[in-house]
Design a protein around this ligand. Structure first.
Ligand SMILES: Cc1cc2nc3c(=O)[nH]c(=O)nc-3n(C[C@H](O)[C@H](O)[C@H](O)COP(=O)(O)OP(=O)(O)OC[C@H]3O[C@@H](n4cnc5c(N)ncnc54)[C@H](O)[C@@H]3O)c2cc1C
Length: 463
């Protein structure tokens, strides 16, 4: 009997889980191929705060999904009639994969708003390269501030503006303040520097989409730490020297972190199938209507929320992870293994890691704060991580007892992590074919572009 070809595009929360489920349930009848730009599943980009090393939050795909064929590449077209997916590999070669069943789980990318200067001067926080960039950039700003003769330059470098107080922006600001306070302690000659973090949101409270009790706890922790929380506020314009707020105040800064949310990966818009706010519309079985062989799940799919009729499940890891399981089971069912099932899930609560021993959490609706919430949050993350648990736990323990390592490696530069990208999981690299033709060293091109394009992500030309 010939084996069915199942292609899963995207190895995030939804795609990873779908692959794991399928290789368990249908391994005797299906060949599962996973197409993903990286060879890892990214759990949490907590590396920006310096508490975790990058490889801790990356789980090897081939190491944990041994019965899956991994193809490295980024899908750039889906032909639903021919049942093929075209892609570009990591070294630029093109390829095509055929499928009998397709699972689209390509996630989301940074959301832009039409604010002048933001695309040029802000950075997002969606993938590993951006997290690495932010950690380096913040470290560099403190080092440059410590050496600055001009007090205005010092102040601007020590001012960090985060826009968007959802869970991403809230965690970035809370952990960022801890990081910069620790960095300043390492500058014995400039102890007087006081890093200033601002968290802005147009909504009337932080974490506007979550339970108000989580919001209150996070607000309190942020303010106690010295973060300036500004609700009902936004950015009117971003420039090289700072940001203009909508109340007319101009804030001198070299750092604008854009956390206003995400939008579905643009790949799904190219399918020509009905969308719901950019997400691919599926039925409760995660099937694309009219195409019983195509499934979609996670942030890129608009999945009807059977717990709240008339709405769609929010873009969270909790839903993506569970939808991946249902997609895997339903693909298996379509191949003759078991019964298909509809997706139904009630939120189990949320956790927001505020760094140090602090967190805000409401597991099963029970509001928690302080160290207890911190322990629940980290316990939850450890349980949910599909690999590297001991290493992550060891990093957290070491972080509690040792000072943070205050170095910037400078490998990810501002120009290589643009805010407006369909590939936040990959850092942009110089086109070395073009460079060789021009007789230039790609590394030099990197420096040149960096210098000309730094804006708020700037390094001041010193590294
Ligand atoms: C900083 C941050 C913090 C968050 N914190 C929380 C939290 O505390 N709780 C929570 O519930 N949610 C949280 N989220 C949201 C959560 O991460 C997402 O909802 C979840 O990752 C969605 O899962 P997914 O599988 O749909 O997409 P992703 O996990 O983003 O995975 C998509 C995968 O598809 C790949 N891909 C993309 N395009 C292509 C392509 N063209 N071809 C091939 N592969 C492609 C990507 O490389 C990636 O591996 C957070 C998000 C961020 C950015």
């Amino acid at each position: 009997m010939s084996r069915s070809r199942v292609l899963i595009v995207g190895a995030g929360f939804a795609g990873y889980r779908a692959a794991r489920m399928l290789t368990r349930v249908a391994r005797h009848t299906a060949d599962v191929t996973l197409l993903n730009p990286t060879d890892y599943f990214l759990y949490l980009p907590q590396v920006a705060a310096g508490t975790l090393e990058p490889r801790r939050v990356t789980v090897s795909l081939s190491g944990t999904l041994p019965r899956t064929r991994l193809v490295l590449g980024e899908a750039d077209g889906v032909d639903l009639d021919r049942r093929t997916v075209s892609y570009v590999g990591p070294e630029g070669a093109r390829g095509t994969l055929e499928y009998d069943r397709l699972v689209l789980a390509v996630g989301s990318v940074n959301k832009l708003l039409p604010v002048p200067g933001v695309a040029e001067h802000a950075h997002g926080f969606r993938g590993m390269p951006e997290a690495l960039y932010l950690r380096d950039h913040v470290t560099r700003q403190i080092e440059l501030a410590a050496a600055a003769d001009d007090p205005a330059d010092c102040r601007a470098r020590c001012t960090f503006v985060v826009v968007g107080a959802g869970y991403t922006g809230t965690e970035v600001a809370a952990q960022g303040q801890l990081l910069t306070d620790a960095l300043v302690r390492k500058q014995p000659l400039r102890r007087g520097i006081r890093p200033r973090w601002m968290l802005l949101d147009i909504a009337p409270r932080v974490l506007p989409e979550l339970d108000e009790r989580l919001s209150r706890t996070s607000d309190r922790v942020l303010r106690e730490r010295g973060v300036e929380v500004r609700t009902g506020a936004s950015v009117k314009e971003a420039t090289r020297d700072g940001v203009l707020l909508d109340d007319g105040e101009f804030v001198d800064t070299r750092t604008l972190v854009w956390c206003v949310g995400v939008r579905p990966d643009p790949l799904v818009a190219g399918l020509g199938r009905p969308l719901e706010r950019g997400r691919l519309l599926v039925d409760p079985f995660l099937n694309v209507p009219g195409h019983p062989e195509v499934f979609a799940c996670g942030d890129a799919a608009a999945v009807p929320d059977l717990e709240k009729p008339g709405s769609y499940t929010p873009m969270t890891a909790q839903h993506a992870w569970r939808q991946g399981r249902v997609a895997g089971l339903n693909v298996a069912a379509s191949l003759g293994h078991g019964e298909r099932r509809s997706y139904r899930h009630k939120d189990l609560g949320f956790t927001v890691d505020l760094g140090g021993a602090q967190a805000a959490a409401n597991p099963l609706g029970v509001p928690l704060s302080g160290p207890l919430a911190g322990a629940v949050t980290r316990g939850y993350h450890l349980a949910a991580l599909p690999g590297n648990r001991v290493r992550v736990a060891a990093d957290w323990i070491l972080d509690a007892v040792l000072p943070r390592q205050a170095v910037q490696l400078g490998l990810v530069r501002s120009w290589s992590v643009p805010l407006d990208t369909a590939s936040p999981e990959l850092a942009r690299v110089p086109d070395d074919t073009e460079d060789r033709n021009r007789g230039q060293d790609p590394g030099r091109v990197q420096d040149r572009q960096d210098g000309g394009n730094e804006g708020n992500g700037g390094n001041g030309g010193t590294s």
